[in-house]
Ligand binder design. Structure first.
Ligand code: FAD
Length: 386
């Protein structure tokens, strides 16, 4: 077992680190204050650096790298600004991977190259007003009429909503109840009958768009079926990779909070000395570092074992769940260590605390993740409806 990154990976990490410090950090606070989406020029630079579509195949314009490479880049960017990490997240571990893994050749050729060029982002619409954790209760219907699926229904809290050019939408394709009736359709922004709700005002995630998707007799070409009815498991398998990205957002935010805490503890003086000289403060720093490192190892293991494919359900869920809890604890400790200044918008810690919290809801709540982990350990499914 080798815990060392390769020379190429160390170099990649350094390049992204430098980019985050020079190009992102000076603007990050302003994006946050104005809830601005990532400016075009910043995205363009990320495309030039090869950070968009990193693990997508070279024949479709991707970089052909591993999921671990992408995870290293996401971590470095999320350390400074989650909105800057978001395009790497979406294009490396997001719903475009459903198309790459399970789509037809036509769908791959149509959607993957523009994603790699930074001209298109693809979001995922799963959640509905009445189907959150109980995802397989989803009611958005797609009925085949001639060459089109006619889609009716509503999706909630879709990250990228309104801004993404295309959506992998989980739909009910037949009368069968639960997962057996569900498949996935790619639906493009601008398709008649497809509109958006108002932008969400979340406590965090500022600068990352999100809203409802509304389908009213929306006619989608039948070729856009990416996952057939009864293949819900495929959607979830690809989503395990997205969960590793979710965990990495937590890792990056927590690493950023730890660095702020280390710096502040050496600047702030009370009782005539730097607060890092108090043992209680040292214990807080040690607790933070232990948790960050443990999350990092769980995430790296899940994606390293995935290689260029998809991670295992157990390893990805362990990584996500641990990182979701970890970032809440670490950002909370870092805030506490900053005293009143941590609670002030003048410092980045309160933003990290708010941003960190959301990832334990997005992509499946911590509680639902734990149920999945237990069911893997016990090798049994626990039907939550009975
Ligand atoms: C920032 C953010 C980004 C998101 N991005 C997307 C996106 O891009 N696409 C998308 O489709 N969705 C997205 N979501 C939606 C997210 O996936 C759902 O919010 C989440 O799955 C929970 O659903 P819910 O909000 O309806 O809560 P509910 O399912 O109503 O859960 C409420 C509470 O009950 C608990 N609970 C429910 N059932 C059980 C059970 N059986 N056992 C134990 N506890 C239970 C939950 O853990 C939770 O604490 C996002 C959400 C957020 C906050």
């Amino acid at each position: 077992m080798d815990f060392k990154l390769t020379e190429e990976q160390k170099m990649l990490k350094q390049v992204v680190h430098d980019f985050a410090e020079k190009e992102v950090r000076p603007q990050a606070a302003e994006w946050e204050a104005k809830a601005e989406f990532l400016p075009e020029d910043c995205l363009k630079k990320m495309v030039e650096l090869g950070l968009v579509g990193m693990p997508l195949p070279e024949r479709y314009g991707g970089q052909g790298q591993t999921a671990l490479d992408a995870i290293l880049a996401i971590e470095e960017l999320a350390r400074v600004s989650p909105p800057a990490a978001h395009p790497v997240f979406e294009s490396s571990v997001g719903p475009v991977r459903v198309i790459e893994q399970f789509g037809t050749e036509e769908l791959k050729q149509k959607y993957i190259p523009p994603v790699c060029r930074g001209e298109m982002s693809i979001a995922v619409g799963m959640t509905e007003p009445e189907a959150g954790s109980a995802l397989t209760d989803l009611a958005t219907k797609a009925v085949l009429e001639g060459d089109y699926y006619v889609v009716n229904g509503q999706k909630r809290f879709v990250t990228g909503g309104g801004v993404a050019e295309a959506y992998v939408v989980y739909v009910r394709l037949g009368e069968e109840r639960g997962a057996r009736g569900v498949g996935g359709l790619v639906i493009e922004k601008g398709t008649p009958g497809f509109s958006f709700g108002k932008q969400e005002q979340f406590m965090g995630f500022r600068g990352i768009p999100g809203c409802d998707l509304i389908f009213d007799d929306c006619r989608v070409p039948k070729e856009n079926l990416v996952v057939k009815q009864g293949e819900f498991r495929k959607l979830m398998t690809a989503f395990n990779l997205e969960r590793c990205g979710n965990a990495t957002m937590c890792l990056g935010i927590a690493q950023g909070a730890l660095e702020e805490a280390i710096r502040y503890s050496q600047e702030r003086k009370q009782f005539g000395k730097e607060i890092c000289e108090f043992q209680a403060v040292q214990l807080m720093l040690a607790d933070m570092a232990m948790k960050v490192e443990a999350a990092r190892l769980l995430i790296y293991r899940a994606v390293f074992n995935a290689g260029v494919g998809l991670p295992s359900i157990l390893e990805s869920n362990l990584a996500k769940c641990f990182a979701n809890e970890m970032v809440r604890e670490v950002a909370g400790l870092a805030l506490q260590l900053h005293g009143g200044y941590g609670y002030s918008k003048e410092y980045p810690i309160e933003r990290m605390f708010r941003d960190g919290w959301g990832w334990g809801i997005a992509g499946g709540t911590i509680q639902m993740q734990k149920i999945t982990i237990a069911s893997q350990l016990l090798n049994r499914r626990f039907d939550q409806r009975r």
